[in-house]
Design a protein around this ligand. Structure first.
Ligand SMILES: O=C1O[C@H](COP(=O)(O)O)[C@@H](O)[C@H](O)[C@H]1O
Length: 223
């Protein structure tokens, strides 16, 4: 495992923002547009804030979430709202956000439309992704109703997902899309997650979904 440990969370946020900016710049030197996938949740806010202030050709970057909770942006559970607040501000406001939510009662109602938005932007050029202490990544949760489908090699690009550990329905990029990203950075903080990550590296994705993308990923960690 390629594990990079930082002395503290502030340094992690600053250094990781620089790593991601370099990776996006490198990608943009080779092609017109770059696809940047990012997580929601509680961990990435400081990284987003640092990255949003970096001067990149953001107007050539398509940003998509790795997964979204099926809630409107007015909800404090909305990952899209987190992105608008923390990443798509300052210079980075020029990036294009690819939605993973649309107002409808359930993700199944909008899945085809959302897939049509994501498909032309694959593979992901640069991906920052998170992990829960239960070893879920994106919204691939242990025990989720469609986990087997989401981990399979011929999974659709996006799947609705419901899980005991998730208070609302989700929509998530599936394992082939996530593991197909060209440059993968996993962000984890706290000893509970570090121990979970070490356990996950010994388990199959069906038990520890994050295991599906550990090979080739750089893991960024601070206590
Ligand atoms: O629900 C989610 O959880 C994971 C981990 O979030 P964190 O709060 O423990 O940082 C996140 O990566 C995912 O995008 C999000 O929807």
């Amino acid at each position: 495992m390629n594990l990079v440990e930082y002395p503290d969370r502030d340094l992690l946020a600053l250094d990781l923002a620089e790593v991601l900016a370099d990776a996006l710049n490198q990608s943009l030197r080779q092609k017109d547009r770059a696809t940047f996938a990012v997580p929601g949740g509680t961990s990435p806010g400081p990284v987003f804030q640092a990255l949003s202030q970096v001067h990149l050709p953001w107007d050539r970057v398509d940003v998509m979430l790795t997964d979204e909770r099926w809630v409107p942006e007015s909800s404090d559970r909305s990952n899209t709202a987190l992105l608008r607040r923390s990443l798509l501000t300052g210079p980075a406001a020029a990036a294009t956000l690819i939605p993973l939510y649309d107002a409808a009662p359930a993700p199944e109602d909008r899945l085809e439309t959302l897939i049509a938005g994501v498909a032309p932007l694959l593979p992901i050029d640069v991906m920052l992704i998170g992990m829960g202490a239960d070893m879920h990544t994106a919204s691939l949760f242990p025990g989720a109703d469609r986990l087997t489908e989401g981990l399979s090699g011929d999974a659709p690009l996006l799947l609705p997902m419901r899980a005991p550990g998730a208070p609302e329905p989700r929509v998530t990029l599936t394992a082939p899309v996530l593991s197909g990203a060209l440059d993968i950075h996993l962000l984890i903080m706290g000893t509970e997650k570090k121990e979970a990550l070490l356990r996950a590296s010994q388990l199959p994705p069906a038990e520890a979904p994050v295991a599906c993308l550990l090979e080739g990923a750089t893991i960024h960690y601070a206590d």
